[in-house]
Ligand binder design. Structure first.
Ligand code: TPP
Ligand code: MG
Length: 335
C-alpha cells in the first residue's frame, strides 16, 4: 500500500491524523534509510534529504487529488512519497534497478511518476515553476479543474524564471499553488542575507493570495493548502504559501565531510524541539503512534528487500527509455 495522503480533496477537518502521521513517518524513515545506503555506497552519489520538512509535503499533498500535479526539487523524495508514489519502486530507483519508478534512468533528482501527477524532481533550482504553470494551463485547456503545485526552496526566490512564472500565472489566473519551503538556507547561505524584503509581500505583488504558515505543523499546512487549492479549483487563480521550516540534516549527504559550520548546534536543537512528528504526535494516542511506526518499518523493510532483489539494467540498454521515441540521429553524429 502506498503512503499517500492525497484524499480526493477532503477538508482538513476530515483528515485523519493517523494518515498524516503515517506519511510523515514514512518520509522520515525512508530518508534515514537512504542516508545509510548512500554512506555505504549502495546508492551512488549524494542525495538531499527532506528530514525535518515532512509536514510541508504531507500537508500540501493532503489537499490534492490524484489527478492534481506537483513539480518538485532536488530535495524531492518527500514530495514524491506524499503524492502517493510506491516506496518500493522509489527505493529501486535510488538503488539503480530496472524496477525503479524510472527504470533507474532518473535517480534521486529526476524521480517522477506521471501517472500520479508527479512531474518530476528537478536538479535545477526553480525549474519546476514553469513546468507547473504549463501543467495548470494544459488542465484548463482540457476543461479539467485540476490544480498544479510547485514546490521550491527559499534559494529559488531570486531566480528570474520563478518571477516570470508567477507573473504569467497571475495574468492568466492559472490554477497553481506556489509553495516556498523556507528552511532558512540555500546550501550554507542564510535566507535573510540572500533575499531583500518579505517573500509573502513579493508574491502578493503579483496579485495572488499569499500567506506564511508554520511549516512544522502539518495540520496548519494542510488547512492553508486546502484553502489555496479550493480557490484555484474554483477559477480564482494562483496562490503563494510560505512554509517556515527547517532541515535537521546537511544540505546533502556529503555535507558532514565538508566542514561548512554555517549553523550552530543550538539552532538545530531548537528546531528539533519542533519536529513535525512530535508536533502532530502530541495530538495523538501513544498506542496509535507505535502501531503506525511498526507498520511503516515493515513496509520499508519490504521496499528495500524488493529493491535489492531487483536486477540492475544491462549496460547495453543505457539509451533505452531516455527519449520518447528513441534518439533522433543528427547528421554526422554517431548515436
Ligand atoms: C539554477 C541553479 N543554481 C544553482 C544550483 C546549485 N544548487 C543546488 S541546491 C542549491 C540550494 C537551493 O536552496 P533552496 O532553494 O533553499 O533549497 P533547499 O536546498 O534549502 O531545500 C543550489 C544553489 C542549481 N542546482 N541550480
Ligand atoms: Mg532552503
Amino acid at each position: 500500500m502506498s503512503a499517500a495522503t492525497t484524499n480526493g480533496g477532503a477538508s482538513p477537518a476530515t483528515l485523519a491524523r493517523a494518515d498524516l502521521y503515517r506519511t510523515m513517518r514514512t518520509i522520515r524513515r525512508f530518508e534515514e534509510q537512504i542516508v545509510i545506503l548512500v554512506n555505504s555506497n549502495e546508492i551512488a552519489g549524494v542525495t538531499h534529504e527532506y528530514i525535518g520538512q515532512e509536514a510541508v509535503a504531507t500537508g500540501v499533498c493532503a489537499a490534492l487529488r490524484d489527478d492534481d500535479v506537483i513539480t518538485s526539487t532536488h530535495r524531492g523524495h518527500g514530495h514524491v512519497i506524499a503524492k502517493g508514489a510506491d516506496v518500493a519502486r522509489m527505493m529501486a530507483e535510488l538503488l539503480g534497478r530496472t524496477t525503479g519508478l524510472n527504470r533507474a534512468r532518473g535517480g534521486s533528482m529526476h524521480i517522477a511518476d506521471v501517472s500520479l501527477g508527479i512531474y518530476g524532481a528537478n536538479g535545477i533550482v526553480a525549474a519546476g515553476a514553469p513546468i507547473a504553470a504549463g501543467a495548470a494551463w494544459a488542465g484548463v485547456q482540457a476543461g479539467s479543474d485540476r490544480v498544479a503545485v510547485c514546490f521550491f526552496g527559499d534559494g529559488a526566490v531570486n531566480q528570474g524564471v520563478l518571477h516570470e512564472t508567477m507573473n504569467m500565472a497571475g495574468i492568466w489566473r492559472l490554477p497553481v499553488l506556489f509553495v516556498c519551503e523556507n528552511n532558512g538556507y540555500a546550501v550554507s547561505f542564510a535566507q535573510e542575507d540572500a533575499t531583500a524584503g518579505s517573500l509573502v509581500e513579493r508574491a502578493a505583488a503579483y496579485g495572488m493570495p499569499s500567506v506564511a504558515v508554520d511549516g512544522m505543523d502539518v495540520e496548519a499546512v494542510a488547512t492553508a493548502a486546502a484553502e489555496a487549492v479550493s480557490h484555484a479549483r474554483a477559477g480564482g487563480g494562483p496562490s503563494f504559501l510560505e512554509c517556515r521550516t527547517y532541515r535537521f540534516v546537511g544540505h546533502h549527504t556529503a555535507e558532514a565531510t565538508m566542514g561548512l559550520g554555517y549553523r550552530s548546534d543550538e539552532e538545530i536543537a531548537g528546531w528539533r524541539e519542533r519536529d513535525p512528528l512530535l508536533v502532530l504526535g502530541a495530538r495523538m494516542e501513544a498506542g496509535e503512534i507505535e502501531a503506525i511506526d511498526a507498520s511503516v518499518e515493515s513496509s520499508l523493510e519490504s521496499a528495500l528487500a524488493f529493491a535489492r532483489e531487483s536486477p540492475r539494467p544491462e549496460v547495453s540498454t543505457a539509451r533505452d527509455h531516455v527519449y520518447a521515441s528513441g534518439p533522433v540521429p543528427r547528421e554526422g553524429v554517431a548515436v
